[in-house]
Design a protein around this ligand. Structure first.
Ligand code: F6P
Length: 366
C-alpha cells in the first residue's frame, strides 16, 4: 500500500486547498494512505505532529477556502542538508514513500534537490544508526511529484499556475474600484502588483482593465526614454477625453539597463505633467480570498493526476511536474521545468529580453 504525503510550500495561493483535497480523496479512492505535512518543508523537518494522516472528511469544505489550511512556510532549515536529512528521517519513520509538493519554483527546486539527494540521505541515516539497511530497503526510491501553486504564473512549461487567475481576478476588481475614485477626481493612479520577477499578473491586469501603460520585467522600456513615452501616452489619452490614468507596475519592473522602476518613480513622472497622482500597492490582498473556478478545477484535475503519476512511477521515472498546456493536463520532468524557469531569469539578467519572453511561453507578452 502506497503511503503518500502532500504539502503546500512557499507563498500560499488560492486553489492550494482544492489541490490538497483532490490528492487526499484520490489517494484514498486508490487505496493509499495519505498524510498532510503541515507548514510546508518545516513540517518535514519537525516531524511528529506536523505529519498527520488524512481521511476523506478531513478535507470537506476545502474547495471554497482561501490560503492553505495545512499551512505553509518559507523554510530556511530545509535549505540546509541537515534539514533535508531530518525530513528524510521523518518520512521513513512514518513509512511514507511518496511526496506531492504544491508550491512555486523555489519549493519545487527544493523538491528536486531532495529527490536527487535521497539515496545519500538514506545512507547517512544508516551510518548514524537511525535505521538499519533492512529498514530503509522499502524506501530506496522516493517518488516526488510537483504541483505549481503560485499567484505569479512564473513557471515555465505550464500555461497557468494554481492561484494565478484568482489573484488576477482580485487585482482587476481592485483596479475597477480605483478607477471609480480616479475618474471622480480626474486623477492618475499607479498600481503596483505582485509577481516577483514575472510580469504576467501586471500584463493581464493591464489588458483586463484597459490601463494606459504597463511595466513588466520581460519587456522593459528603454532607460531614460520611458519617462517621455509614458507622459505622451497619458496626455494622448487625456486629450481623447479620458478622465483618469491607470499605470500598472509589476513589482519586478525594470528598464532595459536593469534599473528597478518603482511605483514612486512612475508617480514622479506623472506629477511632472501636472497629473494629481496616487500610488496603490495592492500587496497581500492579491493572494487572499477564495479561488476562482479556474483555479479550483485546475487544482482538482492536477491533484488527481499527481496521485496517478505516483502510482505509475518506477524508480527510473524522473520526478514529474503536473502542468496544463492548451487545456490539457500534462506531465513534464520537474528538473526541466525548474531549469527553464531559471533560464528566464538568466535571460533577463543578460538583457536578452526576446529570449526571456520566448522562454516564458506566453503568447501575450510579445
Ligand atoms: O510568490 C508569491 C508572492 O506573493 C510574490 O508575488 C511576492 O513577491 C512574494 O510572494 C511576497 O512574499 P511574502 O508573502 O513572503 O512577503
Amino acid at each position: 500500500k502506497k503511503r503518500i504525503a502532500v504539502m503546500t510550500s512557499g507563498g500560499d495561493s488560492p486553489g492550494m486547498n482544492a489541490a490538497v483535497r483532490a490528492v487526499v480523496r484520490t489517494a484514498i479512492y486508490d487505496d493509499c494512505d495519505v498524510f498532510a505535512v503541515k507548514e510546508g518543508y518545516q513540517g518535514l523537518v519537525d516531524g511528529g505532529d506536523s505529519i498527520v494522516q488524512m481521511h476523506w472528511q478531513d478535507v470537506r469544505g476545502f474547495m471554497s477556502e482561501g490560503g492553505t489550511l495545512i499551512g505553509t512556510a518559507r523554510c530556511m532549515d530545509f535549505k540546509e542538508r541537515k534539514g533535508r536529512k531530518l525530513g528524510a528521517k521523518h518520512l521513513v519513520e512514518r513509512g511514507i514513500d511518496a511526496l506531492i509538493v504544491c508550491g512555486g519554483d523555489g519549493s519545487l527546486t527544493g523538491a528536486d534537490l531532495f529527490r536527487s539527494e535521497w539515496p545519500s540521505l538514506l545512507e547517512e541515516l544508516v551510518t548514524d544508526k537511525d535505521f538499519t539497511e533492512a529498514e530503509i530497503l522499502p524506501y530506496k526510491s522516493m517518488s516526488i511529484v510537483g504541483l505549481v501553486g503560485s499567484i505569479d504564473n512564473d513557471m515555465s512549461g505550464t500555461d497557468s499556475t494554481i492561484g494565478a487567475y484568482s489573484a488576477l481576478e482580485r487585482i482587476v476588481e481592485m483596479v475597477d474600484y480605483i478607477d471609480a475614485t480616479a475618474k471622480s477626481h480626474s486623477r492618475a493612479f499607479v498600481v503596483e502588483v505582485m509577481g516577483r520577477h514575472c510580469g504576467w499578473l501586471a500584463l493581464m491586469a493591464g489588458i483586463a482593465t484597459g490601463a494606459d501603460y504597463i511595466f513588466i520585467p520581460e519587456r522593459p522600456p528603454k532607460a531614460g526614454e520611458w519617462q517621455q513615452e509614458l507622459k505622451d501616452v497619458c496626455l494622448r489619452h487625456r486629450a481623447k477625453g479620458r478622465r483618469n490614468n491607470t499605470v500598472i507596475v509589476a513589482e519586478g519592473a525594470i528598464d532595459d539597463e536593469l534599473n528597478a522602476i518603482t511605483s514612486e518613480d512612475v508617480k514622479k513622472v506623472l506629477v511632472e505633467i501636472g497629473l494629481d497622482t496616487r500610488v496603490t500597492i495592492l500587496g497581500h490582498v492579491q493572494r487572499g480570498g477564495v479561488a476562482v473556478a479556474h483555479d479550483r478545477w485546475l487544482a482538482t484535475l492536477q491533484g488527481v493526476d499527481a496521485v496517478k503519476a505516483i502510482l505509475e512511477m518506477t524508480p527510473e521515472t524522473p520526478s514529474p511536474l503536473i502542468g496544463i498546456e492548451e487545456n490539457k493536463i500534462i506531465r513534464m520532468p520537474l528538473v526541466e521545468s525548474v531549469k527553464l524557469t531559471k533560464s528566464v531569469a538568466e535571460a533577463i539578467e543578460s538583457k536578452d529580453f526576446d529570449l526571456a519572453i520566448s522562454l516564458r511561453d506566453s503568447e501575450f507578452i510579445d
